[in-house]
Design a protein around this ligand. Structure first.
Ligand code: G4P
Length: 320
């Protein structure tokens, strides 16, 4: 099922408008860009890992931009595809496949057999590096929590020390030999997502890619609830044995009632209810879910553009 995002926003304008925008860390983008540009000069293929449940929101546009500028092929891995809606993932593969220099593949890197297909895929994108005289140099990039370490561990058949995703952590770039004349470098710097739309921020927070300390679970769960009710109402209502709920806030409240989430004084514990919904979505307990499709993304971008062009209602009122 793929209902357009305007239905989500159209149905729940109050929630999306009243929730505070998520805070993130744009200051790190410049140094990440510099490090990535330097590193790209020494690689043959870039492996960009994104979350298959929200492949556009979890992409960093800087990566595609740098690959184009340096004429490096990009293997875009839609990871965690075991959690995503297969039909929507197929739409995304087609969508990204139309972008110049990009080859898109859906994988589940938790399955190490699937992950080990990646070097061969990279080799096919750099045929000039296949005669055995020069090594194939690959670099993994992507925002936090999309599965980069999981992929590296699977390729190396051992656990590589995970370097922190927190902004303050300095990252030592690692280059590792995979054998067979293949070399893998991990992400060259902190790749925070470039959040141009609030909804992207909420989708990223719901999927645990950002905001472990920067977001409020109740707000994220309310927006996630809106998206789920618009895109996958049946499995979501069935999971909590509900007939209907008006919106995402209503869903969180109903989960709280159903699961007996109460504070000491007897009021609903909405934080606990929100965490139930978030945990169920993150673990796949709600089924295979994609938060966005190429079509819904198009609608969101069109709406954002229309909003930006519209005269400011407050300013007009003040002027008259
Ligand atoms: P990163 O290096 O890009 O930051 O990501 P990392 O490999 O640490 O993976 C983040 C989380 O995603 C891990 O779960 C990992 O097990 C999970 N993961 C990675 N690849 C896949 C996949 O293909 N399918 C599924 N279902 N999960 C995958 P975690 O440590 O439990 O973190 P969290 O999910 O609680 O945030």
């Amino acid at each position: 099922m793929d209902r357009a995002l305007d239905e989500i926003i159209g149905a729940q304008p109050v929630i999306l408008k009243t929730i505070m925008p998520i805070q993130w860390f744009p200051g790190h983008m410049n140094s990440a860009r510099r490090q990535a540009a330097e590193a790209l000069a020494r690689v043959d293929v870039v492996i960009e890992v994104v979350d298959a449940r929200l492949p556009a929101a979890s992409s960093n546009p800087m990566i595609a931009e740098l690959c184009r500028a340096r004429s490096r092929p990009c293997l875009k891995i839609l990871n965690k595809s075991d959690l995503a809606d297969p039909g929507t993932t197929a739409q995304w593969i087609e969508y990204f496949g139309r972008q110049p220099g990009v080859t898109a593949k859906a994988l589940s890197c938790r399955d190490s057999g699937e992950a080990r297909r990646v070097p061969d895929l990279c080799q096919s994108l750099a045929p000039h590096r296949s005669d055995g005289t020069k090594p194939l140099r690959m670099m993994i990039m992507g925002i936090p929590n999309v599965g980069k370490s999981t992929l590296m561990n699977a390729l190396l058949k051992r656990k590589v020390a995970k370097v922190g995703d927190e902004p303050a952590v300095t990252k030592q770039q690692q280059t590792l030999e995979l054998g067979g004349h293949r070399r893998l470098t991990d992400t060259p710097g902190l790749m925070w997502p470039k959040i141009e739309h609030d909804l992207d921020g909420f989708m990223l927070a719901a999927s645990h890619a950002i905001g472990r300390n920067a977001v409020i679970d109740e707000e994220v769960a309310a927006v996630l609830g809106d998206i789920l009710l618009a895109r996958y109402p049946e499995p979501v209502l069935a999971r909590y044995r509900l007939d209907s709920v008006p919106d995402g806030v209503g869903l969180v409240e109903a989960i709280g009632e159903r699961r007996g989430c109460r504070l000491k004084g007897g009021a609903l514990d909405l934080e606990k209810a929100a965490r139930i919904l978030l945990t169920d979505y993150r673990s796949g307990a709600l089924g295979r879910i994609s938060l966005e499709s190429p079509g819904s993304r198009q609608t969101m971008l069109a709406q954002a553009a229309a909003q930006a062009d519209a005269p400011d209602a407050d300013a007009s009122a003040a002027a008259s």
